[in-house]
Design a protein around this ligand. Structure first.
Ligand SMILES: [Mn+2]
Length: 474
């Protein structure tokens, strides 16, 4: 049974057991910690099981704790000072206590991929692919017939709302939905109403400075020789952060001035209710965003990106992809610069020639009408002279190009001649082989022919047979 495994072999001694979640704790981590601590006690763990945390709790979590009458877990810095530890909402040592490798992990309840964890001794591990760690914990209550009180139901519900963004995130499973609905009933709250209240608390920005708003969740990504910076905030009411766009842009510009290798700065305001984004975009590589989402960035730098929600799965890869292609195009055009110019010159020469023809026609018309202004004519002549000069130069360039082309052609011809020679040699070799083959083929052919004749004959026979049968039927 689950409870027996949690208390280890020395039942007489009372041990200190820390329960905690990941660094930079979110609502799921804090609630899962309190819920597992309670579950351990309910299951008969006689040790001193203590709910802990590795960092400060955020506003959303504080709201949930207050709403359902809980104290914050104990802040710890050393996990190894406990006899044993239990991990919730994470298993990756990189996201755990700094001294996690010195601690004795006896249990892990999680909903993340397994990354970098190993244990010499057998331990209790339960991870499930669901949207929230508390969805896993709810199942443990049910499997072990442990009653869920109103307040613990509220905690678990808060965690599910937070991790799945009120059951709207891509990570949400049917089990999260079912569990949340059951928990809402036990907790005595309306799921949608309480959910919006909780998430709004988590996205409140009125007391956060523009600088902190831009950098509270900001990541730099190298793309080729350049760098892009993408910040993201979650919002329920996108109007509020958008009304602060000037202050936000000022912070972004100052940062770009200090970091010259950043060519694009995207500040993404994620509307977590609709899963759309408003982005504030600055920098010389704006085009990458426009190309990625087929949008035009307004003069104030703001652009609406429908159904763009994830920085990891959408913004970064989409923008990087298009920035790379822009970078490649630039490199290609630089390399091919000279030949491109020459091509364009050719085109221009042709255009000029056509223009000349047209002008000639016009002149003749004008002469007939006798309305030629002499002054104008002189100016025109000067222009024409200049054009003629440039034309001559261009023509000479073209001649040289043609010469080079001919040289290359000659080279290729020589190559082909060599190839031809080789082919001839091969042919002669083959001829001898073929002579032998032909005799064989002939015998083969006669065989084939006789076979075909036989099948034809059979078909004919069948047809005749059918005809006869039909006649009989008639
Ligand atoms: Mn979680």
């Amino acid at each position: 049974m689950y409870g027996k495994e949690s208390s280890s072999s020395d039942l007489d001694k009372e041990k200190i057991i820390y329960v905690f979640g990941h660094q930079a704790p979110d609502t799921d981590t804090i609630c899962s910690t309190l819920v597992l601590t309670n579950l351990e006690k309910e299951m008969g763990n006689i040790n001193q099981v203590i709910a802990c945390r590795l960092g400060p709790t955020n506003k959303e979590t504080k709201f949930a704790l207050q709403y359902f009458g809980f104290q914050e877990p104990t802040l710890i810095t050393k996990a190894s000072e406990a006899d044993e530890v239990m991990l919730v909402d994470h298993n990756n040592p990189g996201q755990s206590a700094k001294d996690i490798k010195q601690a004795k992990v006896v249990k892990i309840i999680d909903h993340h991929g397994i990354a970098g964890f190993s244990s010499p001794e057998p331990i209790y591990i339960l991870t499930e692919p669901v949207g929230c760690c508390c969805t896993v914990l709810y199942k443990l209550y049910k499997d072990n017939d442990i009653p869920i009180t109103k307040n613990y139901a509220g905690l678990m519900l808060s965690a599910i709302i937070s991790d799945t963004v009120l059951l709207r995130s891509q990570t949400t499973t049917q089990r999260d939905v079912k569990t949340a609905n059951k928990l809402a009933k036990i907790a005595g709250v309306n799921l949608e109403e309480y959910g919006k209240q909780l998430l709004t608390k988590g996205t409140e920005i009125s007391d956060i400075s523009d600088h902190d708003l831009v950098f509270q969740d900001s990541k730099e990504f190298p793309v080729g020789d350049e760098k892009i910076q993408i910040s993201q905030i979650n919002s329920f009411d996108t109007k509020e952060p958008l009304s602060r766009k000037d202050g936000i842009k000022k912070v972004m510009k100052e940062y770009m001035d200090k970091n010259k290798d950043i060519v694009l700065f995207v500040f993404d305001i994620l509307d977590i209710f609709n899963m759309d984004s408003y982005a504030i975009v600055i920098g010389p590589r704006k085009k990458a965003v426009e190309n990625a989402y087929h949008v035009e960035i307004a003069e104030d730098g703001v652009v609406f990106l429908p159904k763009v929600a994830s920085r990891k799965k959408q913004l970064y890869p989409d923008i990087a992809h298009h920035l790379v292609s822009i970078q490649r195009k630039e490199k290609r055009s630089k390399l091919a610069g000279k030949s491109e110019e020459k091509k364009e010159e050719k085109k221009e020469v042709k255009k000029e020639e056509k223009k000349e023809e047209k002008k000639e026609e016009k002149k003749e018309d004008l002469k007939e009408d006798k309305k030629v202004d002499k002054k104008e004519d002189k100016k025109e002549d000067k222009k024409e002279d200049k054009k003629e000069e440039t034309k001559e130069e261009k023509k000479e360039d073209l001649k040289e190009e043609k010469k080079e082309e001919k040289k290359e052609e000659n080279k290729e011809e020589k190559k082909e001649e060599k190839k031809e020679e080789k082919k001839e040699e091969k042919k002669e070799d083959l001829k001898e082989d073929k002579k032998e083959e032909k005799t064989e083929e002939k015998t083969e052919e006669t065989k084939e022919e006789t076979k075909e004749e036989k099948t034809e004959e059979k078909k004919e026979e069948k047809k005749e047979g059918k005809k006869k049968r039909k006649k009989r039927k008639k």
